[in-house]
Design a protein around this ligand. Structure first.
Ligand code: COA
Length: 197
């Protein structure tokens, strides 16, 4: 059994440590971090899983970005503790957060990652969507939460600069009692079936 919770400020140091463990040193030098700096995250979609010992074993985060002036969810990072990898926790966080994103009304999601992994959730290469260099275009992947949401959406991926959007996301993060939203879950291990949102 795990506890699924939106990330709070109290969780952040533990989640940062998990990310440091799972990724190569210098992860914050990646171009995707420049898109996130100074921009409020999408707090209701930044989720973590705590095990029976109350340790964070998996986490996923989302930030808002813009492509061609359209709002886009930038998924990542997602990380699972090395001792718990391959048990379906990553897939559970992917599906749960994408389902919540659809419920929130987001139309399109993108990420930079391995197509062989993210393809199972419906992500495909996004031609013409350009991350700040250096980014391998083959790793720029997208998912439609609303049919045709990526059709004719092309161009550079930019930071979310809208004061209104930033203020709204900051207010959600500050005012919603995210801890209240924790639920007990039992991710089915080693499965990759289920609907791709
Ligand atoms: C990638 C990661 C999040 C996957 O989470 P997980 O809980 O281990 O994965 P799941 O149990 O949901 O899925 C396991 C399957 O994914 C595959 N897989 C894992 N990482 C993969 C990758 N980078 N490329 C292709 N397949 C991958 C496994 O081989 C396994 O395949 P199978 O179902 O055919 O046996 C996790 O392994 C991790 O934290 N890795 C280090 C950090 C990282 O690379 N994060 C992603 C970049 S943002």
């Amino acid at each position: 059994m795990y506890e699924l919770c939106p990330e709070t400020d109290e969780d952040t140091p533990e989640i940062e440590a998990l990310m440091d463990l799972c990724f190569a040193p210098g992860r914050t030098a990646l171009s995707s971090y420049r898109l996130r700096e100074g921009v409020p995250r999408v707090a209701p979609l930044c989720l973590c899983l705590r095990d029976d010992g109350d340790a964070v074993v998996a986490a996923i985060r989302y930030w808002p970005v813009r492509v061609d002036g359209r709002p886009v969810l930038l998924l990542g990072p997602v990380a699972v503790h090395p001792t718990a990898q391959g048990e379906g926790l990553g897939a559970f966080l992917m599906r749960e957060s994408l389902s919540r994103a659809a419920d929130m009304g987001w139309a399109r999601v993108m990420l930079v990652g391995d197509a062989p992994y993210y393809g199972r959730f419906g992500f495909t290469r996004l031609d013409g969507v350009v991350m700040p260099p250096p980014t391998n275009p083959d790793r720029v992947l997208g998912l439609e939460l609303v049919p045709d949401a990526w059709v004719d959406v092309r161009g550079d991926v930019r930071r979310e600069e809208s004061p209104g959007v930033r203020a709204a996301l900051a207010e959600i993060e500050a005012t919603v009692d995210l801890r209240q939203a924790c639920i007990e879950v039992e991710p089915r291990t080693g499965t990759d079936e289920g609907a791709c949102p």
